[in-house]
Design a protein around this ligand. Structure first.
Ligand code: PMP
Length: 397
């Protein structure tokens, strides 16, 4: 084997953008690239509830011995209940099995290898567009990735009829990936009525839904954002859920998420779980424990959970406030183009809707950084820079 026969892979465009941003000396530079929450000061803070839970763990933890491929049983139960709700039929019927994973990405990779074992010919259908990592991640597991229509860039709407028509044709052996809330990259979510239709379709067509929930609580609220997960789970026989605690607990670098599978009954779930555990052992053997310990300490304490919900609301309200603020500022400047879609979309991202030349121009002329698709990270906006940003947008339009 000769490594010198390799040709270089393209660098991650967001990492490249971050480097360029760091090197830029412009006093008003704005980073709308990277998808992490930032406060008004541009910091990604550690939540106070996380600090408290972490201190508690340091004081009480007794061993660092291996945790086993499932990870922490308490975390697994609490994170599944956060997603489905403790009283959901799939929990009461004992049909859910969960493993702790290294982040939401780890959960998706475990899900991908699990799917490959269930059906080596499986096709996974992802939204057009979807999170950039989805395609590479599933292809790396040997799964064919196809797309269903989703975001209408021209009209800033959902191509829901086309999406339904496409999913009507999906085989019962296939998997359909859905974003639970705060769709990355479009910010365009399904309405509850549309989720009802998707749940019925999944049940009629018997395809397996894989729901990626990376932003629970960042859209409308912890329970509101789980409407799709809970509705689909109530109607289908089998389903996969991938959760991430990176954004809503601010635990990015701790790498904690979860992969939950639902079987048609408890026995089917047990068998599927044994396969899931085998898959885990073949990838990373066992998950890291620290992030799970923090989350289970928070969710297991009434007081810390309330503190978390309050801190999550601050992040959510800031994001939604930033959306409205940018739209208002553009209007106040007399910009003719209608940007109101930004205020109604949800989560960390929206497509601004400018072309790649304008993206390049806003970067070189105004030091405003975003990826070529014009996907903007809403948390990078703030009261201090919204006026500058709106003027820069108006200038390149
Ligand atoms: N899914 C989606 C849609 C995401 O946006 C992200 C994070 N960018 C993830 C999964 C993975 O999150 P992480 O691995 O950081 O927990």
């Amino acid at each position: 084997m000769k490594f010198d026969s390799l040709s270089p892979m393209p660098a991650d465009p967001i990492l490249g953008l971050m480097t360029q941003y760091r090197l830029d000396n412009h006093p008003h530079k704005i980073d709308l690239g990277v998808g992490v929450y930032k406060d008004e000061a541009g910091h990604t803070p550690i939540l106070a509830c996380v600090k408290a839970a972490e201190q508690h763990r340091i004081d009480t933890e007794e061993t660092k011995v291996y945790i086993g491929p499932t990870g922490s049983a308490d975390f697994n139960q609490l994170i599944a209940e956060l997603a489905f709700s403790a009283s959901h039929q799939v929990i009461e019927q004992n049909r859910v099995r969960t493993v702790s994973t290294p982040g939401g990405t780890g959960a998706l990779r475990v899900a991908a290898d699990f799917i490959k074992r269930v059906n080596p010919q499986a096709v996974i259908w992802v939204s057009d567009p979807t999170w950039a990592n989805h395609t590479g991640l599933f292809e790396a597991a040997g799964i064919t990735v196809k797309t269903y229509p989703y975001y209408d860039h021209d009209n800033k709407t959902l191509k829901f009829d086309e999406m339904l028509a496409c999913l009507e044709q999906v085989s019962s052996d296939d998997v359909v990936l859905l974003h639970a809330c705060c769709h990355n990259p479009s910010g365009m979510d399904l309405t509850n009525a549309q989720w009802d239709q998707i749940a019925t379709l999944a049940s009629d067509k018997s395809f397996t839904p894989l729901i990626d929930m990376a932003y629970q609580g960042f859209g409308d609220g912890v329970d509101e954002d789980a409407y799709g997960v809970r509705t689909v789970a109530a109607q289908v026989e089998s389903m996969i859920l991938c959760s991430s605690c990176s954004k809503n607990f601010g635990l990015y670098r701790e790498r904690i998420g979860a992969c939950s599978i639902i079987g048609k009954d408890s026995q089917a779930a047990d068998i599927a779980f044994s396969v899931l555990l085998y898959v885990v052992r073949c990838i990373y053997s066992m998950p890291p424990a620290h992030g799970a310990a923090i989350v289970e300490t928070i969710l297991g304490s009434q007081e810390l959970k309330q503190q978390w919900l309050d801190e999550l609301a601050v992040m959510r309200n800031r994001i939604n406030g930033n959306r409205a603020m940018l739209v208002d500022q553009l209007k106040a400047l007399g910009v003719q183009r209608d940007f109101s879609f930004i205020a109604s979309q949800k989560g960390m991202f929206s497509f601004l809707g400018i072309n790649p030349q304008q993206v390049a121009e806003i970067q070189t002329k105004h030091s405003v950084y975003m990826v070529d698709s014009s996907r903007i990270s809403i948390a990078g906006i703030g009261e201090a820079n919204v006026d500058y940003l709106a003027k820069a947008i108006a200038d390149v339009l």
